[in-house]
Design a protein around this ligand. Structure first.
Ligand code: AMP
Length: 227
């Protein structure tokens, strides 16, 4: 189609802890397109000792969403950067119907057509166990889990040798319960929105990390050429 950008443009959606971030990082390794995590952007913003930074920090710790207008501005300026020219993986955006509607207009204006919106489905019981056990290397961000993904050497990051790890402040039971409620109330309505546009691809997210990433590659038609 004339005027449309060539590339791979996808969005990952699903409940907190479904594996969006993990799978987005794997897909980025494979395709070298840009990984855009709104949660990560917000956590960096919330570190700032400014009134806005402090307010955002408190919101995230309560499991509340950030303001639509703020998020939309962040995404808008990020996707127009050169490293997003050949594609991007939206991780955690859009998270509300308003964000989905704006994204649709924004992309149309940029000559971009989403290839797919991937919904990773995981039941709530599994989500809680996954989130409460996860932590990450403070140096390189590699993710681990108390039960499912321990470093090969206790206390040492497999990826970079770092020895300091951290858990997210919003990964506690009360906040996760809130995040799940917000997911159902605010994010779930985006599912039928993308379904009616023929973009929704549902992936079972309960298997191993490798199994889920293989399914995602199949859905995106990436397995045949590179595996
Ligand atoms: P995540 O890293 O994707 O789990 O996001 C962490 C938190 O950041 C979420 O629980 C929300 O509070 C906030 N957040 C991330 N993305 C968005 C978004 N697109 N809209 C509103 N809030 C967001």
């Amino acid at each position: 189609m004339s005027g449309m950008k060539e590339g791979l443009f996808v969005a990952f959606t699903g409940a907190p802890g479904c594996g969006k971030g993990t799978q987005a990082r794997i897909l980025k390794e494979k395709t070298h397109i840009c990984h855009l995590s709104t949660g990560e952007m917000l956590r960096q913003f919330a570190e700032k000792d400014t009134p806005l930074g402090r307010e955002l920090k408190a919101r995230l710790e309560r499991g509340e969403f950030a303001d639509d207008a703020m998020i939309i501005e962040m995404v808008k300026s990020r996707i127009s950067e050169p490293d997003c020219e050949k594609g991007f993986i939206l991780d955690g955006f859009p998270r509300t119907l308003a964000q989905a509607e704006v994204l649709e207009d924004l992309l149309a204006g940029e000559g971009i057509k989403l290839n797919a919106v991937l919904e990773i489905q995981v039941p709530d019981e599994i989500i809680m166990e996954r989130i409460l056990g996860r932590y990450a290397c403070m140096q390189c961000g590699a993710g681990y889990h108390d039960k499912f993904q321990k470093p090969k050497i206790y206390g040492v990051c497999d990826a970079c040798g770092g020895t300091e790890f951290a858990r997210r402040k919003d990964d506690n039971r009360t906040t996760v319960e809130n995040r799940l409620v917000n997911y159902r109330l605010l994010t779930y309505p985006t599912i039928p929105f993308f379904e009616t546009r023929g973009l929704l691809k549902t992936v079972d997210g309960t298997g191993t990390i490798d199994a889920v990433s293989r399914k995602i590659e199949d859905v995106l038609g990436l397995s045949a050429n590179e595996k």
